[in-house]
Design a protein around this ligand. Structure first.
Ligand code: COA
Length: 420
């Protein structure tokens, strides 16, 4: 496997997000402009005339909005024509891949300034149509034909994981509670309520309606009760799933030597890896994602770091089981130990290994094409000490992002560093 040799260093100079959520009145252009403006606000000396190319991650605006060929449309909308503008589609990893490709273009010496975006407007379709659209990212011949949709894939992985490691469903609930707690502190997140808030509001509603008041003593009891938390695909319940979301994310990638001319708060991309895989039936087991193991191996090798060096990580928790598997694939915990670490709180903001401080896909939201760049936004904030109430203590310097496409057919892992 050839290792990356970067001719030039790459920095993230600025980042921006739109609010994530369900917005009837907004289309991809509106969401993208919101994120772009947010990125401009994150920088001290942004100059649009310096942007040489625009790489857009987008899974399926053709299915969701009947609008393909989105990159030049968005580039023109923000006044960047006639620069090179292109769209990259790799399912839920679309903008993670776009970011890596932009970094490679800078590292090759071709460009110095590339705008990278991700956008998805999903809520224009009914839920059944969204599920069907998402399923086009799966393998039609071997996965969809067997009746799988995405909740089903991750339910199968969760079942395999529980069987192999005698893991309890409680571990999934801990991921859900943690990520909702984090998302409640993130003004851009789709869900502002913690699981505790939801539980208490359901009790209050029962009182108001004169119905029997549920006797949930804590969030775990609430999540274990199908009346509070209905089953989607066993063992994945509603609160194990990421939502259907609208949103956009933007990052400005620049060559290392010009970073400080544009911003006072750059972070440097010091490791990157990407790998691919076949459909679920082709895998040796269902309790790990080999593409993630390989992508992280490449990224650690390039950065000359080990998993223990990572201070903060954003991982692809499209379902709670995905976060637990990710923490093992990335080497944060031994295989089969991730579920215990989740229960012990090791991945919480004040734990030894903070994961998904943004709220993750589960709580911040998962507008699929925007997710990869959205993860970089949180790492940029955490490394620059700008994550406000979510800020991880201890002056984090090294951050990692892990973005998965499909049931693990694509995985991109990037590592970032703050210097000084
Ligand atoms: N987590 C927590 N709450 C959720 C939720 C989620 N993922 N999705 C919806 N809700 C809440 C809504 O806010 C709403 O709450 P309210 O009654 O208090 O207002 C309630 O559940 C019903 O919302 P609705 O939009 O009708 O839900 P739905 O049944 O249409 O969708 C899922 C629920 C789980 C099917 C949907 O979120 C889903 O498909 N998620 C997975 C998306 C996916 O596969 N992405 C790709 C991953 S690789």
């Amino acid at each position: 496997m050839s290792e990356l040799k970067w001719k030039k260093g790459v920095a993230v100079a600025g980042v921006g997000l739109s609010k994530f959520g369900a917005f009837k009145e907004k289309n991809s252009r509106d969401l993208f402009v919101e994120a772009y403006q947010d990125m401009i606000n994150s920088m001290q000396r942004y100059n649009p005339e310096k942007v040489e190319a625009f790489y857009l991650g987008n899974f399926s605006s053709d299915q969701f909005e009947k609008q393909a060929h989105l990159a030049p449309i968005l580039a023109s909308w923000i006044g960047l024509s006639p620069i090179t503008a292109l769209r990259i589609e790799d399912a839920c990893a679309s903008s993670g891949v776009a970011l890596r490709q932009a970094a490679l273009a800078i590292a090759s010496g071709q460009y110095d300034v590339v705008l990278v975006g991700g956008v998805e407007k999903m809520t224009s379709l009914e839920i059944a149509a969204v599920t069907e659209a998402l399923a086009t990212a799966a393998d039609t011949q071997f996965e969809v034909s067997a009746g799988f949709t995405f909740p089903g894939f991750y339910a199968a992985m969760a079942t395999a994981y529980m069987h192999e490691f005698q893991a309890s469903r409680e571990a999934f609930y801990h991921v859900s509670i943690k990520n909702r707690n984090n998302g409640a502190l993130n003004e851009y997140a789709q869900f502002g309520q913690t699981i505790f808030d939801i539980m208490e509001s359901k009790k209050r509603r029962a009182v108001q309606k004169g119905l029997p008041v549920p006797e949930w003593k804590d969030e775990i009891e609430f999540l274990s009760d199908p009346k509070g938390n209905p089953m989607v695909a066993w063992p994945m319940t509603l609160f194990d799933c990421s939502p259907v979301s609208d949103g956009a994310a933007v990052a400005l990638l620049v060559s290392e030597e010009i970073a400080s001319s544009l911003t006072d708060t750059p972070i440097y991309m010091i490791g990157s890896g990407q790998a691919s895989d076949g459909a679920l039936p082709e895998r040796e087991n269902l309790y790990s994602i080999p593409a993630a193991v390989e992508a992280s191996r490449q990224a650690y090798q390039m950065a000359n770091l080990t998993p223990d060096d990572i201070d903060v990580a954003e991982v692809h928790d499209c379902f709670t089981i995905a976060e637990i598997i990710a923490t093992e694939d990335l080497g944060f915990f031994e295989r089969g130990e991730g579920w215990k670490a989740a229960i012990e709180g090791k991945t919480s903001r004040d734990g030894s290994r903070p994961v998904n401080t943004s709220g993750g896909l589960k709580s911040k939201g998962h507008p699929v094409g925007a997710t990869g760049v959205g993860q970089i936004v949180e790492i940029w904030k955490q490394l620059n000490g700008l994550a406000e109430e979510r800020q991880v203590q201890g002056d984090p310097k090294i951050g990692l992002t892990h973005n998965v496409g499909g049931s693990g057919q694509t995985c991109v892992v990037n590592i970032f560093e703050r210097r000084g």
